[in-house]
Design a protein around this ligand. Sequence first.
Ligand SMILES: C[S@@+](CC[C@H](N)C(=O)[O-])C[C@H]1O[C@@H](n2cnc3c(N)ncnc32)[C@H](O)[C@@H]1O
Length: 215
Amino acid sequence: MTALPAVTSLHALLAGRPAEAACEVEIGCGNGHFLAAYAADRRDTLLIGIDLKAHRCRRAQEKADKRGFTHVHILQGAAEVFIRDLPPRSVDAFHIYFPDPWPKSRHRKRRFFTGENLQVLVDRLRPGGRLHFGTDFFDYYLQAKVLVALHPLLRLTSEPAPQPVLSSIYGQRFTEAEKAIRIFTAERSALPDDQGQQDKDQRQVDRDVQANEDR
Ligand SMILES: C[S@@+](CC[C@H](N)C(=O)[O-])C[C@H]1O[C@@H](n2cnc3c(N)ncnc32)[C@H](O)[C@@H]1O
């Protein structure tokens, strides 16, 4: 895993901020097209982009700076490490658009969206926070959606994805190629953690009862 300037920069970025201040994070922000479009209407939100590649981070930060977006900060490093450094319940939304799909089955374990990383994301989301995930890769979409559907504190919502998602480089590329792009949004429960599990169990019981009655 890459050595991480991200960790130090993150501490400096968060130091002195009120705990309730709004914050959203894009994982794998690439050249920053999504954040640059998304940031215009969110001047009160700290928007953090993280990417492994230094040159992409540089371009993304330049894009934000050119527009005078002082609330956008791009950090370089591995997102897996970075998310563990975020304070619990401090993030209003995570955005993950077109993450590397690692299509070969022997490489799948390199995908970012694993059960382990998902648990860290959920721990860092505020109650009611959002997790947005989009990909053109059906197999990855299924993997991510199943993990989310099974998580006791997450609920898939029907709300539309943040519109600028298709303005990212890959969003534009896949749109032009007319590839199917699948995006979901999940909401973190506003309930206490154990109540979230009970709630999900109860919904399953209700579904089972209903299925029996329908037979
Ligand atoms: C396919 S590109 C998509 C970029 C952008 N989201 C878009 O839609 O244009 C995936 C991006 O994720 C970054 N990336 C891959 N693995 C990462 C990791 N472990 N942590 C942070 N960024 C990562 C890559 O450097 C690349 O910029």
